[in-house]
Every structure is written in structure tokens, then in C-alpha cells.
Design a protein around this ligand. Structure first.
Ligand code: A2P
Length: 323
């Protein structure tokens, strides 16, 4: 299966249900380090290598540096605004006012619009410290319908070209489609060879919703991920066979599955390496073997579950059984 054969996917981009195109590889910017200079250097290197898709979130605190790097690239003529696809995401604490949140993001990034604005999680909180356990008293009743209506307003106001969700199960999307005036263009979820999301992707394909993969490498060397995806012996074997790196095999697998991949790296060598996935392909045998890998979700969201105040008493409820 090659990317060009998948419906809606041509070359290095896929078509969204808005008619816009989303580049198949984007630079992820979720990281512990929030060193502005490091982020600016990484984004600038990525632009020079050819990346045209950048993924941030209000939670990541990388918006300001990303915006600075993009605006210098616009000023120097390296790229123009229309050439890049920028995504940001609503925080769990901002469900009451997505319009104010996106306006703040646009101010942070000094942009007039983003290309995609996502609900980061199906969770509404009073307060949140990234990676710390959420306190019982910080969960608020969730009303996705009103959040979505405000997301639609963001699009109608021209603040974003598309809206979507992140970390939503098929069931949560199905509920949303019952009342959405504007259907989500994207569901951004954890996806890599050890968490392939087959059911969700089938559902999204049927409903013209593009899937983007966060932590497509399994987030090696991070507190929330693991080295087990990149260290998987089958991935190493396939990489050696093709004369590619393990990261390249994993990312190529992702785009051949029809999703866009958002690897995070702030290292110029790895940024370059991760982009070299367009002039070769995996074999049907490679796909067959990868499809049989044991599945294990890395970020289960235990943080967002409790038996009293969360809308989800168990992780099974959070993912509607897709875990
Ligand atoms: P670094 O920023 O030092 O390159 P994911 O995108 O799955 O969340 O994974 C992000 C992690 O993977 C980061 O720790 C990043 O480190 C590392 N990483 C990114 N690209 C590669 C690569 N090509 N080979 C090995 N590790 C990589």
C-alpha cells in the first residue's frame, strides 16, 4: 500500500473535508523544554528542510517561539503564510471560551488565523498542571456540545480554517456528528506501530475525518512515552532491509496508513532524518508484519479518570472501550 493509492492522499499531503490540504509530516512541539531559542532554531531548521506543517497546543507553551520563527521566515521570504499549516489546541481549562483562547493563541503567534484548532481532550478542568495528577476538585461537568458550538464560531469568525478534536474515540465523534453544524476535519490521536488505532481509523475514513498521529515514534526518552516502539526488533529488521533508520520506517508506515505524522524533534539531524520518507516505500510484507505487532497504548489517560468527579470512572470509559 503506498500513500498515493489512499483516497484523498496525493504526494506529501492529504485533503481535509474543508477542501484544504494537510501536509503528511508536521513538526511536533510538545516537549519538557520550553527554551525559546531551541524551539526557534528547530522550527527554522524544519522550514529549511521542507516541513510545512507545525503542531502546537496552548498547553505546550511553544506557541510564542513557533510564531516568532514563522514570522521571521515570512519576513525573509523563505515561505509565505499560505505555504504553512499551523495547528493549535484548546486547553482543558478553556472549554468555556474557545474564542478567547484562539484569539490569545493568535496573539502569541502573531498570526491572523491558524489552519486547524482542536479540542485537546474530551475533558473540562478548573486547573491543570501538565503531567501532574488532576485533583478531584478540578474536574468540571463536560458539555462538548457547547464547546463545539464555540469551536464552530471560531471557524465562522475566520480565526481558524478548520476545527477538529484530539483524543476522541469513535463513539465521542459519533455523538458530536449528531449535532455538529461543521463536522470535525481531524481527530489527532496517539498512533504508532504499537497502537495502530484500526477501529478509529476505519470510522474516521468512513466519515471523511482525517487522522493525525501524535507521538508517532512512541515518544522515546520522554516521561509520557517509551523507547519500546523505536526499539522494536521488527522495526529494526525492516529498517536494515531498506537501509533506513527505525524512525524513518515508523514514520513511513504512518503516512502509508493514510495519516499525517507529527514527530517532535528539536535536533537538526533528526528533524532532517524524519523528513526523508517520501522517495521510498514499505512492502506489503512489511505492512503485514507490522499489522501483527502486539498493541499497547502508551498514554492511557489515567490522569483523567476517577470514580467521583471525572465524567470517566475508568480508562475504558474515557476511550469508550478503544483501549
Ligand atoms: P529529540 O527532540 O532529542 O530529537 P514522538 O514524536 O513520538 O513524541 O517522539 C519524540 C521523541 O523522539 C523526542 O524525545 C525526540 O528527541 C525523539 N526523536 C525524534 N526523532 C527521532 C529520531 N529520528 N530518532 C530517535 N529519536 C527521535
Amino acid at each position: 500500500m503506498v500513500a498515493g493509492n489512499i483516497m484523498g492522499i496525493v504526494g506529501g499531503s492529504a485533503e481535509l473535508n474543508t477542501g484544504a490540504r494537510i501536509p503528511l509530516i508536521g513538526l511536533g512541539t510538545a516537549a519538557i523544554t520550553q527554551n525559546e531559542e531551541e524551539i526557534i532554531a528547530a522550527v527554522t531548521a524544519a522550514l529549511q528542510v521542507g516541513y510545512r506543517h507545525f503542531d502546537t497546543a496552548r498547553l505546550y507553551r511553544s506557541e510564542h517561539a513557533l510564531g516568532k520563527a514563522l514570522n521571521s521566515a515570512f519576513q525573509s521570504g523563505l515561505v509565505s503564510r499560505e505555504d504553512v499549516f499551523v495547528t493549535t489546541k484548546l486547553k482543558n481549562t478553556e472549554h468555556d471560551d474557545p474564542v478567547a483562547a484562539i484569539k490569545d493563541s493568535l496573539m502569541n503567534m502573531q498570526l491572523e488565523y491558524v489552519d486547524l484548532f482542536l479540542i485537546h481532550w474530551p475533558i473540562k478542568l478548573r486547573a491543570e498542571i501538565p503531567l501532574a495528577p488532576v485533583k478531584e476538585e478540578d474536574f468540571l461537568p463536560l458539555d462538548i456540545k457547547s464547546t463545539w458550538q464555540a469551536m464552530e464560531q471560531c471557524m465562522e469568525m475566520g480565526l481558524t480554517k478548520a476545527i477538529g478534536v484530539s483524543n476522541f474515540s469513535s463513539k465521542k465523534i459519533e455523538d458530536l456528528l449528531n449535532y455538529a453544524k461543521i463536522p470535525p476535519a481531524v481527530d489527532q490521536v496517539e498512533m504508532h506501530p504499537q497502537w495502530q488505532q484500526k477501529k478509529l481509523r476505519d470510522y474516521c475514513n468512513k466519515h471523511s475525518i482525517h487522522v493525525s498521529a501524535w507521538s508517532p515514534l512512541g515518544a522515546p526518552n520522554t516521561p509520557w512515552g517509551s523507547n519500546e516502539v523505536i526499539d522494536n526488533p521488527l522495526i529494526l529488521e525492516i529498517a536494515q532491509k531498506h537501509g533506513k533508520t527505525r524512525a524513518q520506517v515508523i514514520l513511513r508506515w504512518g503516512i502509508e496508513q493514510g495519516v499525517s505524522v507529527l514527530p517532535k524533534s528539536y535536533n537538526t539531524g533528526r528533524i532532517t532524518e524524519n523528513f526523508q520518507i517520501f522517495d521510498w516505500s514499505l512492502t506489503p510484507d512489511d505492512h503485514d508484519m507490522i499489522s501483527k505487532l502486539e498493541q499497547r497504548k502508551l498514554l492511557r489517560g489515567d490522569n483523567f479518570v476517577n470514580s467521583t468527579t471525572s465524567p470517566y470512572k475508568t480508562v475504558e470509559e474515557l476511550w469508550d472501550g478503544e483501549i
